[in-house]
Each structure stands twice: as structure tokens, then as C-alpha cells.
Design a protein around this ligand. Structure first.
Ligand SMILES: *Cc1c(COP(=O)(O)O)cnc(C)c1O
Length: 383
């Protein structure tokens, strides 16, 4: 029987209280949509925070990835490399453009794209004279990928990187903010992310012309003319002024949210991090993860239980937990595409999926909520 206990979500919206003031301002000025002062201000504040020169506010993280591919002229016949261990949204825009995704495995230190596998894929592509048009690198659950190695490889082959920082806003690598390492960074403000606008995204870049083009494409590619004139395909991807108002208030709290999510992680780690067979997603030295979600693997041989049974036990107590993302190369949608495992016959992301799970990690979880989760974990792990 499912109990009547309060539901604990994996990650739920956490408002600061200032959102409504920004919305009220938009209402007072009747700047509801399409644009208005909040959109430009949110773009400025987000790009300043991340450390990139320019940003375009759009309707979702997926739209931001799609625009990045468009700006890089990705089209049918092209290939785009992408992390395999990720949410489907990282790669769907490759299919929108009828290009061919090539999926790249993770390595153990970060669970993110393995430089070893990327190098093999690049070498093979170079041999056939068909280098990818872009590499989409994901920073999973807030953990930065091995950016130095990945950026060096992309530069060596002169292939632009799109950094999918949808889950890693506020994380740092080498003192620099996640999402600032590629030709483009993309962010998501979907309801479950570390900050949310109810739904929205951002495309960042140091290339002003590219960002201006993104704004153009995201408003139906309207040519400068009094009448409505169009000479290329556009999209309706722009963020509304109301949504941007929410984003401004949310962004004010980002440092606090990172701290709170990290505290959630540390409480889990303290409670059962020492148990043989439990391994948390590591934090690469020199990086600072926002710990968007606490992710861990459970070795059934050592703990006597598998992660699915734990997720089930939590569900019975009205607590939401999930397996780690199912790698894209194992998804029916992407099965037909090429995959580069970490090493031949050795796939790391398959293991992360098989044994991995994510625990409730919202910044608005109180200690009592978390105790409920921890108690069940300890019971299931027979401590
Ligand atoms: C959430 C997410 C996206 C997509 O963002 P939306 O705003 O939901 O479109 C892309 N990539 C990753 C890794 C995500 O977690």
C-alpha cells in the first residue's frame, strides 16, 4: 500500500519569493510578451554569471541546442558527436536536422564523455575525411566533464563544441563556470533543474554575431522590412518577458542553491557513503559540482540488493527516485547509430545505467524529508 506520507520529489521548483515582484513589474508595464526589459536583463545577468559575453533567452534547453546546431550549419549528411549517457534532449535536435548522431561513451572519473573514446571517434572520422560538425558534451547531474582534454581534442580537429550545461548551472571546472568552455553553452530552466522559470533555456557564446543570429532565428527569421518578409526558415523559440522575470529572481539565488544541493549530497554521503558496494558519482579534482542530483551506484553482489528494488522501496513510501539515464545507444530511437565505447568491448555508461540511481536532491528538502529517505536506504542496505 502506498502510504499517505508527503511526496518527496527528485527535484522540485524552489521559489525565492522575488519572482512575483518581477512578474508584477512586467504586468504594470504591460510587457507580458513577446519581449520586454526582463528578457534582455536575464540574458545579461546569466551571461555575466557564466562568464560568456552574450546570451539568447529561448523557450527551452532543447531549443537552445537546436539553434546551436543550426548556427553551425548542421544538415542532412553531417554527423554530430554526442555523449551517450544523457537525457534524450541532448541528441533529439541532431535528428531534427536529419544529421547522424554518433554516440560517445563515458569514463569513470566523471561519468561524462571519455576523451579516449572521443579521440578514437575523431581519428576514424578524420581518416574518412568526414569530421563531425559539432561535439555535444554533457555535464551530467552537475559534474563537469574532463573539459581540458575534450576542448583540446575539439581544437586539434577544429570541431566546435556545444557544452550541454542544462544540469550544471553553477558548477565549476578549474575556477571557471560550467557552460563557458564550448563555442556554445546551453542551459535549461525546466521545472526540475537547479533553477526554473517553469520552462525555458539559454544559449550562450562569446560570438556576438552568432547570438544575434540566434535571436533572429528564434523569432521566425523575420527580415528587416516594414511588411513581414522572410528568406529563411525560422522558429518560435523566444523566451517571454514573464518567464524571464521568473528567471531573474531564480538566478539571484543560484549560489545558495548550489550550496543547499551540496549539503543534501553530503548528508547522504555521511549516512551511507562508507557502505561497501555503494559509490557516489565522484567529483573530479579541480571541479565543484552543483550536485543537481545525488547519483550513486549500488553493487548488488556487495550490498545484497539491486538499485531497482531500492527505488521500489522508496516509491512505496511516496519518495521519487530514478535509475541513472538510460544511455542513448541503448534507446530504440538511437539503436541504429554508431557508438564508441570507452574501450572496445568495455562500455562504462552501460554499467552506470545498470547499477546507478538518483536520490531526491531538491534544495527545498528539509532535514526531516531527507531522514525519511536515509532511513529507507539504511533499511534496504541492511545496516
Ligand atoms: C533538461 C535537459 C535538457 C533539455 O532542457 P529542456 O529545457 O527540458 O528542453 C538538455 N540536456 C540535458 C542533459 C538535460 O538534463
Amino acid at each position: 500500500m502506498t502510504s499517505e506520507k508527503k511526496r518527496i520529489f527528485l527535484s522540485s521548483p524552489h521559489m525565492t519569493g522575488n519572482e512575483q515582484e518581477y512578474i508584477k513589474e512586467a504586468f504594470d508595464l504591460n510587457w507580458i510578451a513577446p519581449l520586454g526589459n526582463h528578457v534582455g536583463a536575464f540574458e545579461q545577468e546569466l551571461s555575466d554569471y557564466v562568464g560568456m559575453d552574450h546570451a539568447a533567452a529561448v523557450s527551452s534547453g532543447t531549443a537552445a541546442i537546436h539553434l546551436a546546431l543550426r548556427l553551425l550549419d548542421v544538415e542532412q549528411g553531417d554527423t554530430v558527436f554526442c555523449s551517450s549517457l544523457t537525457f534524450v534532449a541532448s541528441a533529439n535536435p541532431i535528428l531534427y536536422e536529419k544529421a547522424e548522431p554518433v554516440l560517445i561513451d563515458s569514463e569513470r572519473d566523471t561519468w561524462n564523455m571519455a576523451p579516449e573514446a572521443l579521440e578514437r571517434a575523431m581519428r576514424d572520422a578524420d581518416k574518412t575525411g568526414h569530421l563531425p560538425k559539432a561535439v555535444i558534451v554533457v555535464n551530467l547531474y552537475g559534474q563537469c566533464a574532463k573539459m581540458k582534454e575534450l576542448v583540446d581534442l575539439c581544437n586539434a580537429y577544429d570541431v566546435p563544441m556545444i557544452e550541454d550545461a542544462a544540469e550544471s548551472l553553477g558548477s565549476e571546472y578549474d575556477g571557471r563556470k560550467s557552460g563557458s568552455f564550448g563555442t556554445f553553452g546551453i542551459f535549461s530552466f525546466n521545472g526540475n533543474k537547479i533553477i526554473t522559470t517553469s520552462g525555458g533555456g539559454m544559449l550562450t557564446s562569446n560570438d556576438e554575431a552568432m547570438i544575434q543570429k540566434a535571436r533572429f532565428l528564434s523569432t521566425q527569421a523575420r527580415d528587416p522590412a516594414l511588411h513581414y518578409q522572410h528568406s529563411e526558415v525560422g522558429f518560435n523559440y523566444r523566451m517571454s518577458n514573464i518567464v524571464a522575470g521568473i528567471g531573474r529572481a531564480q538566478l539571484e539565488a543560484i549560489e545558495l542553491r548550489v550550496q543547499q544541493r551540496r549539503e543534501v549530497f553530503h548528508r547522504y554521503q555521511k549516512a551511507f557513503g562508507d557502505i561497501d558496494g555503494i559509490e557516489f558519482m565522484p567529483e573530479l579534482p579541480g571541479t565543484h559540482s552543483n550536485r543537481w542530483l545525488t547519483a550513486l551506484t549500488v553493487d548488488p553482489d556487495k550490498t545484497g540488493i539491486d538499485r531497482t528494488a531500492i527505488i521500489q522501496a522508496l516509491a512505496e513510501e511516496n519518495i521519487e527516485a530514478r535509475p541513472v539515464w538510460k544511455p542513448l545507444h541503448r534507446q530504440p530511437l538511437f539503436e541504429e547509430y554508431r557508438y564508441y565505447p570507452f574501450q572496445e568491448h568495455h562500455s562504462v555508461s552501460d554499467t552506470s545505467f545498470e547499477y546507478g540511481m538518483c536520490l531526491p536532491s531538491g534544495s527545498n528538502m528539509d532535514a526531516e524529508d531527507q531522514e525519511r529517505v536515509i532511513d529507507i536506504m539504511l533499511t534496504e542496505l541492511k545496516v
